[in-house]
Design a protein around this ligand. Structure first.
Ligand SMILES: [Zn+2]
Length: 180
């Protein structure tokens, strides 16, 4: 990971985004407080929905990432949840946008924290992991932000190959659910 990455925190803000007053060093931390206009900004994690999609032959739907971060790495389909959107809806939307696969039932597995490097900033993210079973991957095709679809027997996946720490951590939750 790039050493020059900066954490998303109040220390990044040199001026108030509302009134442009110079930021006070003592306001740095998990929230930005502007002493001039009273503007407050909380540095909370973004939320994302990610899905382990499995077909009737016990194959897992993996994608090869087209863009940074982790360009070229294997990942699970998913993405950021929009404001006002349910995580379940985001999971279905992202899987459809990235792979063309329509999900029906979703089972919530677990959450794991992640750090998402993007254009020099390290964003804190809370990933929500789901499980979905589909009858077939007949409609699976690489779409938005995806270079390749990889359908792999679950037992042949090495979780260490997955792009993000949160995905590698969620692997144990996925295995515990499917073998329960
Ligand atoms: Zn201000």
């Amino acid at each position: 990971m790039n050493e020059s990455l900066l954490s998303l925190s109040a220390s990044l803000f040199r001026h108030c985004p509302r009134c442009a007053a110079t930021a006070e060093p003592e306001t740095q931390g998990n929230r930005f407080d502007c002493p001039a206009c009273g503007f407050v900004y909380h540095f909370n994690p973004a939320t994302a929905a990610t899905v382990f999609v499995v077909d009737g032959e016990e194959r897992l739907l993996l994608i090869r990432r087209q863009h940074e971060p982790a360009k070229g790495s294997l990942g699970l389909p998913g993405g950021f949840i929009d404001a006002g959107e349910r995580a379940e809806a985001a999971a279905r939307r992202e899987v459809l946008e990235e792979t063309g696969v329509v999900l029906e039932g979703l089972h919530f597995l677990a959450t794991h924290s992640n750090l998402y490097p993007y254009k020099g900033i390290l964003y804190p993210v809370l990933d929500l992991f789901f499980f979905a079973r589909v009858a077939s991957f007949q409609t699976a095709t690489p779409r938005d932000e995806v270079d390749e679809i990889i359908l792999t027997p679950i037992d042949e996946v090495n979780p260490a190959d997955l792009a993000f720490a949160s995905m590698r951590a969620a692997w144990a939750d996925f295995q515990a659910y499917r073998t329960a």
